[in-house]
Design a protein around this ligand. Sequence first.
Ligand SMILES: *[C@@H]1O[C@H](CO)[C@@H](O)[C@H](O)[C@H]1NC(C)=O
Ligand SMILES: *[C@@H]1O[C@H](CO)[C@@H](O)[C@H](O)[C@H]1NC(C)=O
Ligand SMILES: *[C@@H]1O[C@H](CO)[C@@H](O)[C@H](O)[C@H]1NC(C)=O
Ligand SMILES: *[C@@H]1O[C@H](CO)[C@@H](O)[C@H](O)[C@H]1NC(C)=O
Length: 302
Amino acid sequence: MSSFLYVFTVVTFPLELNPPRVVVRYRDSVSVNCSTSSTDHEGMGWEDTFGGTSFEQDVNIVTWTVDNLTDWTIEPTCYITLIDSKQPSKVLPVILYKTPDSVSISVLNHSGPMVEGTQYQLQCDIQNIAPLQNLVMKWYKGNEPLDNVTYSTVSKTPVDVSDTLMISPSRDDDLAINLDLFHKSKTLDGFEWSTLKSPPFSLDAPKFLLGNDTVVSADSNVSLNCSAEGNPSPEMKWNYTAARNVKLSTEGRQRTIRITTATSTNAGIYICTATNRVGTATRTTTVTLKGIITDRLRVMLW
Ligand SMILES: *[C@@H]1O[C@H](CO)[C@@H](O)[C@H](O)[C@H]1NC(C)=O
Ligand SMILES: *[C@@H]1O[C@H](CO)[C@@H](O)[C@H](O)[C@H]1NC(C)=O
Ligand SMILES: *[C@@H]1O[C@H](CO)[C@@H](O)[C@H](O)[C@H]1NC(C)=O
Ligand SMILES: *[C@@H]1O[C@H](CO)[C@@H](O)[C@H](O)[C@H]1NC(C)=O
């Protein structure tokens, strides 16, 4: 009879980090445990740029904690001193991330109305974001995806970044440009994507809320309003034959003409023009005066 004794020695690394890696928002707190399965050791501890924890004896777990993490290049390391003086260690992978201080979209080298069929360059500026390689920019026109931008440059510290998009407005475009920014920010078993910020941006040609109009007035005081929507807010202008009894004013988003003591010379067409850098719209108001004694008639009566 013979018996065989098999001895399996499983050599395991003596340190385990929990969680094994962390993704931390800039200035957030973080806490990671380092535990050991080794029952026989001299002691263990953490080291980092702030000094870490002190070397502790007779423990099998040490915790690394930072209340307000701001060190972009931190590399916390847990170590253990074994009885044979060997000192294995494990580095905690840390991704410190930061949402941008500002995100803005502008039209490059252009002012005044946009012309149909001409190309324009939109630029998005993102300030102070980290890490850049975790950023995905998605441009949309309405719901239609236009472009996806990612970065392969690896950088731990915050950077400023810009992206440009060529657009060519057409008559039916409302040119609503949306930009979604995605940033890898959380960790479970890997990363999760989250939307950082989607700044609203649209360029809309001016649109009048009301169509052409006819005002029939029997009153000698007439007021005509003109208001249009658009982005940027359109500039409103009335065109009419100059007359001393016409006053222009702006009330809220409405440009108003007031005709006081109207005479027949005030009858006619008043044109309101709304202009922004996307385009121009016009609306006419025809003024008819009824029962108002005209100057000439007044003279005749006199
Ligand atoms: C770290 O260890 C402490 C004490 O053992 C425990 O209360 C805490 O939940 C642990 N934290 C993590 C992230 O596992
Ligand atoms: C972190 O520290 C900064 C100043 O250094 C402070 O303004 C901020 O409130 C702190 N954050 C937290 C979460 O304590
Ligand atoms: C408004 O009037 C102008 C000129 O009087 C004309 O060209 C235009 O087609 C009119 N718009 C509508 C919607 O009727
Ligand atoms: C213009 O606006 C004024 C004040 O907002 C209002 O009293 C007037 O009735 C309006 N006129 C027309 C023609 O809509």
